[in-house]
Write a protein that binds this ligand. Sequence first.
Ligand code: APR
Ligand code: ZN
Length: 245
Amino acid sequence: MISRAAELLRESRNPVVFSGAGMSRESGMRTFRGEEGLWKEYSPEQLSSLSGLRSDPEVVWEWYKMRLITGDGIVPHAGYKALTFLQKKKGTLPVITQNVDGLHKLSGQTDVLEIHGSMRTASCLDRCGFFTELNPESLQDLPPLCPDCGAILRPDIVLFGEPLPHQVISRSYKLAEECDLMMVIGTSVQVWPAAGVPFAALENGATVIEINPARTELPQGENVISIRGKAGEILPALVDMEENK
Ligand code: APR
Ligand code: ZN
């Protein structure tokens, strides 16, 4: 299975990556669903929605501070490094990610499309134009307030019920419709419209290489090679095989 995937990756002319929370699991970030998923303990409606931010800003910012602290100082695992190597070698490897932890960029990858935004910056909830980088130290008093107009700040992630950044999601679908291979890594493929990206690749006749220890919503057909394993182990092995074939 993995050698077949390495061969297809080697022959691929315009591969694309599509990643989810599982891509960062071995760097210490928790996933949202599954056994130890965050949504088993916390309510997405309360913590990841505009209404939740407006009604309970302090609780929501406690949550983001906890996630920023987790995300602060974590390092991209070997799977990230393998993707960075592959991107440099191939010269093109757009990375579409649902993750807001910034680890693809932190591992030196370029052409990263963060379709759910990033938790590493915040802006004014009343859109007065204020914008700032975020780190745990900057979150002493919660909720953080806009220094220009006094409104609450919001993390620059897409909250449930909000539209995805138009340019980013339309380019993601365009890449899916034009690629010949998509690596779908660490996602349960459940949250639309992002989840539609791998399906758009399949519809265009691309091959999908799925890297995930568990089964997902992706159809198991001849165009899908599902490698049941962890991103931090499979990606280095795959890229190593692609390199030395
Ligand atoms: N390597 C690869 N995949 C893994 C690993 C690992 N080490 N550990 C877990 N996984 C897989 C799980 O089997 C699961 O299929 O990662 C997937 C994580 O799924 P979710 O927690 O649903 O995360 P994701 O698909 O990214 O969720 C999409 O939902 O809550 C929203 O905005 C949030 O961007 C997120 C979106
Ligand atoms: Zn403001």
